[in-house]
Design a protein around this ligand. Structure first.
Ligand code: NAD
Length: 283
């Protein structure tokens, strides 16, 4: 079974749009998401555009703040502080990566944790690790929703996560652990990767190496979540980390690239924005 992230994302967004319509009547305004883009990297522009499109679909107010690549770190932080103080803005996101002269961690830490819709601020990361309420990162959240939608049993099963970034690998491993999976995290120093992946009931791959995972590296019936997005050097086409054609016949469920995790990440961003708004309005 192929898990369509597109279809599930549509369901999630339709549900959000329904809530926005009634909250607008109740609270007098819609949720407002502000996305900051520094510089004009073409891939980042595409991501920012998709986020704006999704925000419009669910009925949010949406501001795109385009800042020049030469902006200083302090100027960017000052701008974020202004947005933090603006009661009409519910969610703030800074599109990554940032230009080299700007320290990512300083910028993320400048965002009010209550408006940190990406869930990257240390308060929200801390909340995840301590099982406290907080904003969960969008991609890991989307992955769990996809597994649930596909009816994959997580508790008691062996989940192998390849990749340990703070954005995907690490938090998804924690969410799986919290759902009572036995979790192994593999990374670029892991030896004999295939010996580990072949033991996985659930395999989450988030590395950015096209088609690294081949049929010989998985067991029959595995649930495969392919997070990777890169370009196949042979065809130039968008590719996941999993060799879809060879792995799909062995998998019980699998996500495609494109149309898998990507749309769900954006849908979860909308959900996080709505949550920030409702927390504020219902305070
Ligand atoms: P990252 O570069 O921060 O981390 C990559 C991880 O992969 C590292 O932990 C590294 O140790 C591991 N790795 C690299 N090569 C490996 C190898 N050969 N064997 C085993 N482990 C290896 O990347 P990231 O931000 O976590 O993103 C990973 C991929 O997921 C990228 O392709 C990115 O574009 C994609 N991504 C997709 C979404 C989405 O919404 N679909 C969201 C975030 C990231």
């Amino acid at each position: 079974m192929i898990i369509s992230g597109k279809d599930l994302a549509r369901e999630v967004k339709e549900n959000i749009a329904r809530k926005v319509a009634s909250y607008k009547v109740e609270y007098g305004r819609e949720p407002h998401l502000c996305v900051i883009l520094v510089g004009d990297d073409p891939s980042s522009r595409t991501y920012v555009r998709s986020k704006g499109k999704a925000a419009a679909e669910v009925g949010f107010q949406h501001t795109e703040l385009l800042l020049p690549a030469e902006i200083t770190e302090q100027e960017l932080i000052d701008k974020i502080h202004e947005l933090n103080a603006d009661v009409g803005i519910d969610g703030i996101l800074v599109q990554l990566p940032l230009p080299k002269h700007i320290r990512k961690h300083r910028v993320i830490e400048a965002i009010d944790p209550e408006k940190d819709v990406d869930g990257f601020h240390s308060h929200n990361v801390d909340a995840l690790w301590h099982k406290l309420p907080g904003i969960r990162a969008c991609t890991p959240k989307g992955i769990i929703k996809m597994l649930d939608k596909a009816g994959v049993e997580i508790a008691g099963h062996h989940a192998v996560v390849i990749g340990r970034s703070n954005i995907v690998g690490f938090p998804v491993a924690k969410l799986l652990l919290d759902r009572n999976a036995t979790v192994t995290i593999a990374h670029s120093h892991t030896r004999n990767l295939g010996d580990i992946t072949r033991t996985a009931d659930i395999l989450v791959v988030a590395i950015g190496v096209p088609k690294l995972i081949t049929a010989d590296m998985v067991k029959d019936g595995v649930a495969v979540i392919d997070v990777g997005i890169s370009h196949d050097p042979e065809t130039g086409k968008l590719s996941g980390d999993v060799d879809f054609d060879s792995v799909e016949p062995k998998a019980s469920v699998i996500t495609p690239v494109p149309g898998g995790v990507g749309p769900m990440t954006i849908a979860c961003l909308m959900e996080n924005t709505l949550d920030c708004y409702t927390r504020k309005m219902q305070w």
